[in-house]
Design a protein around this ligand. Structure first.
Ligand code: ADP
Ligand code: ADP
Ligand code: MG
Length: 500
């Protein structure tokens, strides 16, 4: 068992999550080391860290995924530990092995847990052996159409082909009939090999209109496990979350107890340590099924931090040091309601196509119960190389209604110009009567969102906004900047009329 005080951490990541981790390290008096690629030379996270090292060119393969270079820098900077954040190398067991071989602590679970729980097929087996319901489907990789057909004969179409090593909403394909099966399987295998270096595919029954419910876990190296309640992440595009909330209003206390208990069982059975998330899918009859385990810090972790008052990054570091969790399940109390919106540089009116360019103007909302996690500042570039998330806006309120009110206003106050972004979409979601009622599922956007209907003021004003701000920034004139509130209220008024 590791038992060491961590004094210096290398953050093998970039953007908002690197900034987020650096903040907690600073609070704890821990020195930080950033690594940056060509395009991130002047990025906020690289400037915030105590030390920053160049790692490689813009392509992730040459930088944030380059295991040897990252370990070499870690040794040079004499760090005690590496925090992987999410994405990149966070769920890569061979990286954990290399890190530990070099006597550096990996802030996350052990290699073996990632190997098992990070693989969706093995994780299904673990969940099943722990007595947790899994989505009907295969327990082994599928290699032939015949085998696939015999499984589908018992579960029925539609089915979902999924990559065992998939993540980030990628590596999934819905199959509706026999005629789509052979080519679907081939394409899915090829894509999985290319994206994840693993062509193993399995089949799950495609659940119609489900809700995504996940449970945050903390497990130390002494066998203590707690959960910090659930998050609902059913508002998605391309199987990727956009708006997350806690608690979920889809479940009652009995179901909550069952789901959180199931999550703890999976973690126990997988010998898992550190922070992790067990994901479930809930069908329209309120049956829940294990989906996967994310063996890392999750993008939406602030929602849980706002309700629990527990800094998950701090706990990750303490667990990695070999400390016991400072609380047990009965000490944890979750207060009020929290919602997060992922603000992304993408165009909801053009199939969520990522938008690149200079962030010419940013004005973030502030106020009681609001939190913004971001890795960019005005003047920074959104490049095509990495995830186009600009920031995460999180609101907390004593009740869901209060929280919705705060989030709704905050999204209207938030101004981002220079790149297309999903602020108007997030605003539309939060104000949508079905979202307000809590009656929604993972196909909320497919069902209710149409670019034609949404298009009217949003698109024109977004274009106008980019132009006006472009002028403000290029001229730098005080007089022009002074004209901003007029523009803002115009935007706000026309939007509120539109959404009324
Ligand atoms: P979360 O489950 O925390 O909501 P996402 O699924 O949105 O996270 O993924 C977070 C980030 O990590 C995204 O940038 C996504 O592309 C990346 N990511 C997630 N899983 C993988 C994976 N298996 N391989 C590569 N990148 C991944
Ligand atoms: P990833 O690793 O990419 O996050 P997940 O297995 O967690 O993959 O699934 C991501 C999303 O895809 C879910 O939140 C849900 O919207 C959808 N999904 C996954 N499996 C199913 C299923 N069997 N039926 C319906 N939707 C599913
Ligand atoms: Mg998932």
């Amino acid at each position: 068992m590791k038992n060491k005080n961590i004094q210096k951490i290398l953050i093998a990541n970039r953007g908002e999550i690197a900034v987020r981790i650096i903040k907690t390290c600073r609070e704890m008096g821990i020195k930080t080391v950033a690594i940056y690629s060509d395009v991130d030379k002047n990025a906020t996270f690289a400037r915030y860290a105590d030390e920053a090292f160049y790692v490689g060119s813009a392509s992730a393969k040459e930088s944030y995924l380059h295991q040897e270079k990252i370990i070499e820098i870690s040794k040079k900077a004499k760090v005690d530990a590496i925090h992987p954040g999410y994405g990149f190398l966070s769920e890569n067991p061979s990286f954990v092995r290399e890190v530990e071989k070099n006597h550096i602590i990996f802030i996350g679970p052990g290699e073996e847990s990632i190997q098992k729980l990070g693989n969706k097929i093995i994780a299904r087996k673990i969940a099943k052996s722990a007595g947790v319901p899994i989505v009907p489907g295969t327990m082994e990789p599928i290699n032939s159409v015949d085998r696939a057909q015999s499984i589908i004969a018992s579960i029925g179409y539609p089915v979902l082909l999924k990559a065992a090593g998939g993540g980030g909403g990628k590596g999934m394909r819905v199959i509706n009939s026999d005629s789509e099966l052979a080519s679907g399987l081939r394409t899915c295998q090829n894509e999985a090999l290319l994206a994840f270096g693993d062509d193993r595919i399995f089949i799950e029954k495609y659940i119609s209109n489900p809700r995504h419910i996940e449970v945050q876990i903390l497990a130390d190296q002494h066998g203590n496990i707690v959960h910090l309640g659930e998050r609902e992440c059913s508002i998605q595009r391309r199987h990727q979350k956009i708006v997350e909330e806690s608690p979920s209003i889809a479940i009652n206390q009995k179901l909550r107890d069952d789901i959180t208990e199931a999550a703890v069982e999976v973690v126990k059975r997988g010998n898992y340590t550190n922070a992790g998330t067990v994901e479930f899918i809930l069908d329209t009859d309120n049956n829940f099924y294990f989906l996967e385990m994310n063996t890392r810090l999750q993008v939406e972790h602030p929602v849980t931090e706002m309700r629990s008052g527990i800094d998950l990054v701090r706990q990750q570091i303490l667990i990695a040091e070999g400390k016991e969790l400072p609380f047990s399940q009965k000490d944890i109390s979750l207060h009020g309601h929290a919602i997060e919106a992922r603000i992304c540089a993408e165009d909801p009116l053009n199939n969520f196509f990522p938008s690149t360019g200079t962030l010419r103007f940013i004005n973030s909302p502030r106020g009681m119960g609001l939190r913004e996690d971001t890795g960019v500042e005005q003047g920074d570039q959104i490049t095509p190389y990495y995830d186009p998330m600009i920031s995460k806006l999180i609101a907390w309120g004593a009740t869901r209604d209060e929280c919705l009110g705060k989030m709704s206003l905050a999204l209207k106050m938030y101004q981002i110009y220079g790149v297309r972004n999903n602020l108007p979409l997030c605003s539309w979601i939060i104000d949508h009567p079905k979202f307000r009622e809590g009656v929604y599922h993972t196909h909320f956007l497919q069902e209710y969102f149409s670019s034609e209907e949404f298009n009217i003021p949003g698109k024109e004003l977004l274009k106008a906004g980019a132009a006006v701000v472009g002028h403000i920034v290029t001229t730098g004139s005080k007089k022009r900047i002074g004209s901003r509130p007029t523009f803002f209220s115009q935007w706000r008024n026309s939007k509120s009329e539109y959404y009324r």
